[in-house]
Write a protein that binds this ligand. Structure first.
Ligand code: TMP
Ligand code: ASP
Length: 237
């Protein structure tokens, strides 16, 4: 499958058209941003890790009945995916308090929840990706009532599956963000990526952060953390 015109360049990925109108090629970059693009940097080798990890996790999720955009890995950094219209919602599941949850609600990082939480933010950079609830998302016509139910069901199932897999790797899945897309036939499928850019992954024994928070918070050892979680996943999957 050949790359044709570039369709879109995001903060961490580029998306290309192909000869097939229903398929796109995603190319993962090493570029990293945080705080709505205010902080910029490069995480050497990140694109290769995120491409491979996201593809492995999406294949695992497909196998347990979650439809995804994944078609085929083409190279270290490139993957063939199904074309979708991205639902402009960031869907965030949390198992433990951390990040913006801790800041907004005054809860110490690492406090466990009795059951996972879900929240949504509106994917809109000029507005700073504001939090919204599902009624807002419906009022804004970002999703229908039936679609948001599907999104929630998939998101909690993804959490269940990923939490169990990461636990086998000695990693605690603290929280993560996913995005969904809508196919031409109206089906909702998992899109975007699942990687240390989009998940909080803590070493289960030491609590050491093994994800993009090392970049966001200037903790050092960013590349090593990405390599470590990838290595652990490859040993288990
Ligand atoms: P938060 O605590 O900063 O709201 O982040 C929650 C989760 O979402 C965390 O795993 C990191 C991920 N995330 C993204 O993937 N993209 C983003 O732009 C932000 C802000 C968070
Ligand atoms: N996607 C965010 C940004 O640059 C980064 C983050 O993951 O915190 O804006």
């Amino acid at each position: 499958m050949e790359k044709r015109a570039e369709l879109y360049e995001g903060k961490a990925k580029k998306v290309f058209l192909t000869d097939d109108p229903e398929l796109l090629i995603v190319e993962y970059k090493d570029d990293a941003t945080a705080f709505n693009g205010l902080k910029k940097g490069v995480i050497a080798g990140k694109g290769v890790i995120n491409n491979k990890m996201s593809n492995l996790l999406m294949q695992m999720l497909e196998n347990v009945g979650i439809p995804t955009h994944f078609v085929r890995e083409l190279s270290d950094r490139e993957t063939l995916v199904k074309r979708v219209d991205i639902v402009p919602l960031e869907v965030i599941i949390r198992n433990y308090a951390a990040g913006s949850f801790s800041k907004n609600y005054g809860v110490e990082e690492g406090v466990a929840f009795d059951s996972p939480t879900i929240e949504f933010s509106y994917k809109n950079d000029p507005l700073g990706d504001p939090l919204l609830n599902e009624h807002h998302a419906i009022a804004l016509k970002l999703v229908t009532p039936a679609e948001i139910e599907t999104v929630k069901r998939y998101a909690f199932e993804i959490n269940k599956q990923l939490k169990a897999l990461w636990a086998e790797c000695g990693v605690t899945l603290v929280d993560f963000k996913v995005e969904f897309g809508k196919q031409a036939n109206g089906a909702i499928i998992l899109a975007d990526e699942i990687s240390p850019d989009t998940c909080r992954l803590w070493d289960s024994k030491t609590g050491e952060k093994l994800d993009k928070d090392r970049f966001r918070r200037d903790l050092g050892g960013v590349e090593d953390a990405y390599a470590e979680v990838m290595k652990r996943l490859l040993e288990k999957i």
